[in-house]
Design a protein around this ligand. Structure first.
Ligand SMILES: [Zn+2]
Length: 458
């Protein structure tokens, strides 16, 4: 399948569930069989036939193709309780590596993972996204080079794909940020092209809340839910939306930008997006840090005043620490933030009817008080039918949510019907063999054609 030319703009899901891709019938059998092996826990041929609804002959042929490309492994004699041993088919996650980065407002997290998103090596450091794309992306590249050099599973082979999350809206088709409020200088910056040039691998860029939603959905608390809202409360506030088993990006990639919903008409509340009264301007980490500073300066909070006197630059994390220690001003400020977020989410719940809301991000992870306030407001203000089975849970993956989700995004794209052919030819080139207790069916094809970077013309 050719990948020259930009992908269509829109909400094509990256989180294809096996049941969905197979049941849809229109998805290519090759992708359906691979998804069944890749996203399930491995299974027998008979199970793959049953789960995909494809004929035994088609499944056998597709498994042979996938084995030829080194993408699956066939365990020869699995333990059995009697009778003929069943052969188990596994995804060969070690066939290649992915490079992923989660660029937050105040931090950079990078990792090298296998094709199943298992982290092989990672690095993290503080950063300020407001320093602009040149400086920040150079740090990402330096950290990429470090994990490439340090991962034992990588052995110098180029990555199969690269995924990058940034804290603002991204036009997914071109991999360029679009007027991101907390990222001065990033508007329209060719983030994707820069990495395609340097690493010669296909690159996907997305809003960090989208990849965090994917991470929780693939490997965290949202695994068994098809309608999920992941809300990130960090320096900014945003949401990633899984709708009926697909990541919903919206027509232009800005779905879930809930931080800029207006929650007050107080003209003194000016948001960094230029509007008045945004949720983020009242309840985000930036706003909380400002409140913490004020409460320390005028002595309302003894705890914060002490930190300020010791020379600290106060952050939302200090507020959370103060709340945990029982400081009433810190508790009140966090509760107010939680109630504002919860009131907004109540509207989202009425509109979208998710079965799960996952709360993550730097501010949210700092304490239970905020989560309790969010819960209280959502349950109080949403319609009873919408909250009957609604769960509101903290992120299970914490600081790793973004990189795990970025790996899921890249793998889903590499193995999507649009890119699978290119990925398989690349696979033949770089396959490094299987695990000790398994044998590969067929032999990998060696080809010299280099995979075209996705969207390299964009
Ligand atoms: Zn705003």
């Amino acid at each position: 399948m050719a990948s020259d030319g930009p992908e269509p703009v829109g909400s094509r899901g990256t989180g294809v569930l096996p049941s969905r891709s197979a049941a849809a019938g229109g998805t290519e059998p090759l992708g359906a069989v691979l998804d069944e092996v890749r996203l399930g826990d491995g299974g027998s041929r008979a199970e793959i036939v049953r789960h995909t609804g494809l004929s035994r002959g088609v499944v056998a042929q597709r498994l042979s193709d996938l084995a030829g490309a080194g993408l699956i492994l066939d365990t020869e004699f699995a333990k059995s309780t009697g009778g003929r041993p069943a052969r188990r088919i596994h995804f060969n996650a070690e066939a290649g590596t992915l490079l992923v980065a989660d660029v937050g407002a105040t931090s950079i997290d990078v990792a090298i993972t296998d094709l199943a998103g298992t982290i092989l090596a990672s690095r993290a450091e503080d950063a300020d996204v407001a320093e602009g794309p040149e400086a920040v992306l150079e740090r990402v590249q330096d950290l990429f080079d470090e994990v490439l050099a340090g991962a034992s599973g990588a052995d110098g082979a180029p990555p199969w794909g690269i995924g990058i999350g940034v804290p603002g809206p991204v036009e997914f088709a071109t991999g360029r940020p679009v007027s991101p409020p907390i990222m001065p200088g990033w508007n329209g910056h060719p983030v994707r092209d820069k990495f395609v040039e340097r690493y010669g691998a296909p690159v996907w860029v997305d809003n960090d809340v989208n990849i965090m939603a994917l991470g929780e959905w693939r490997a965290g608390v949202a695994r068994f839910h098809d309608n999920v809202v992941f809300i990130k409360i960090g320096t900014g506030i945003g949401a990633g939306v899984i709708s009926d088993g697909y990541l919903h990006r919206g027509a232009r990639g800005s779905a879930g930008d809930v931080g800029h919903i207006q929650v007050t008409d107080d003209r003194s509340v000016v948001c960094r997006c230029g509007n008045i009264g945004c949720l983020e301007a009242l309840a985000g980490g930036h706003a909380l840090a400002r409140e913490a500073q004020a409460a320390a300066a005028d002595g309302r909070s003894a705890y914060l005043a002490q930190l300020l006197a010791a020379g600290s630059r106060l952050t939302a994390r200090d507020l959370a620490a103060g709340a945990t220690r029982g400081d009433p001003v810190c508790q009140e400020l966090l509760q107010r933030s939680g109630h504002l977020v919860g009131a907004m989410l109540a509207g989202v719940v009425n509109f979208f009817n998710p079965s799960l809301i996952v709360i993550g991000g730097g501010v949210a992870s700092a304490g239970d008080q905020l989560l309790a306030a969010v819960r209280e407001a959502v349950y109080r203000r949403s319609l009873p039918l919408a909250t009957r089975d609604l769960l509101i849970l903290p992120s299970a993956l914490g600081g790793r949510t973004g990189v795990i989700g970025a790996a899921a995004m890249v793998a889903d794209e590499l193995f999507s019907p649009m890119h699978l052919d290119t990925t398989m030819s690349r696979s033949g080139m770089t396959d490094r063999g299987g695990r000790e207790n398994t044998v590969r069916v067929g032999s990998p094809e060696r080809e010299n054609n280099v995979a075209q970077p996705v969207g390299g013309t964009a």
